[in-house]
Write a protein that binds this ligand. Structure first.
Ligand code: UTP
Length: 293
């Protein structure tokens, strides 16, 4: 049984859907309630038992790397004033995992971003968590990444997370054609990136959480740009699924595409509603405002 100990978080995209905010602020650093998106993603990886987290950052995205660095002056001041709880979440993360940063020199696509992590991934299987998506779980089954890691350990082959989308939305996602199954784990037949509705046999969309066998990397080395002239991860995943079993698992929790304005707002609202300090008051405010406007 191989345990997944490495995770790669691509965070080098240009964030064009979130302009003008993302002109100087990386979208992965936009705040959900009180923490940047990337911290939620890193916490999800750690919760799954990941020890080495490889951040793929790009030009102008130094803030992501700096965020995980220690900041002696600030930490010393907070310690002296007895306010260390303010940085507790961040310090916990730093203590539990090695955060390694690799530069993607040009945003050539998600497939290329994953390949940039190859020197640190070595020969191991690995998880991929998109740096602009966050997930919340039902509190019983564990985070999405821990569910995927468990399935990988059980099956011994790649496993990816999927959700069912409407026909009108399939062209926004990578779509998996899968075999029928009695439970929520399906054998993948093929995958296609951003298909036209007439090109698909199912509406299972990839959701930004994956665990891969290491052989994906050799396929990515040979990959060429396709859709949007980018090196698409989905193309190499499709080849991998032809050579080796790949499983698609549907997830019981909630996933937010926080790199998209509406998804970002939904994540903020839902996570704020669960906040123990002000969630109840915020709920009252939302009820009042929804009647007023
Ligand atoms: P997206 O396609 O959502 O990111 O990639 P993007 O390209 O920044 O988005 P828009 O469409 O321009 O708004 C999903 C994740 O993969 C990373 C992104 O940073 C994001 O976290 N990514 C994407 C890379 O690391 N490198 C790339 O070349 C592309």
């Amino acid at each position: 049984m191989t345990k997944i100990k490495k995770a790669l978080i691509p965070a080098a995209g240009l964030g064009t859907r979130f302009l003008p905010a993302t002109k100087t602020v990386p979208k992965e650093m936009l705040t959900i309630v009180d923490a940047p998106i990337i911290l939620y993603v890193v916490e999800e990886a750690i919760q799954a038992g990941i020890e080495d987290i490889i951040l793929i950052a790009g030009r102008g995205k130094y803030a992501i790397e700096d965020f995980f660095d220690s900041s002696y002056e600030l930490e010393d001041k907070l310690a002296k004033e007895g306010h260390t709880h303010m940085l507790e979440r961040l310090i916990k993360v730093r203590d539990k995992a090695n955060i390694i940063s690799i530069r993607q020199k040009h945003a050539l696509g998600l497939g290329h971003a994953v390949l940039c992590g190859a020197p640190v991934i070595g020969d191991d299987p690995f998880a991929v968590l998109l740096g602009d998506e966050i997930t919340t779980d039902d509190g019983k089954t564990g985070s999405l990444t821990s569910q995927l890691c468990r399935t990988f350990e059980e099956k011994g082959h790649s496993v990816v997370s999927v959700m069912e989308v409407e026909d009108k939305d399939v062209s926004r996602y990578g779509i998996a054609d899968v075999e029928d199954s009695a439970d929520n784990c399906y054998r993948v037949r093929s995958l296609i990136e951003k298909p036209k509705p007439e090109e698909i046999k199912s509406r299972w969309a990839l959701t930004g959480r994956y665990v891969f066998e290491n052989s994906l990397l050799s396929l990515l080395k040979e990959a060429r740009p396709t859709v949007n002239k980018e090196i698409q991860l989905t193309d190499s995943m499709n080849l991998l699924a032809q050579n080796s079993p790949m499983w698609a698992s549907s997830f019981s929790g909630t996933r937010y595409d926080a790199g998209d304005k509406l998804g970002y707002l939904k994540a903020n609202v839902e996570i704020a509603l669960k906040n123990s300090e002000f969630g109840a008051e915020f709920k009252k405010y939302l009820q009042e405002v929804s009647q007023r406007l």
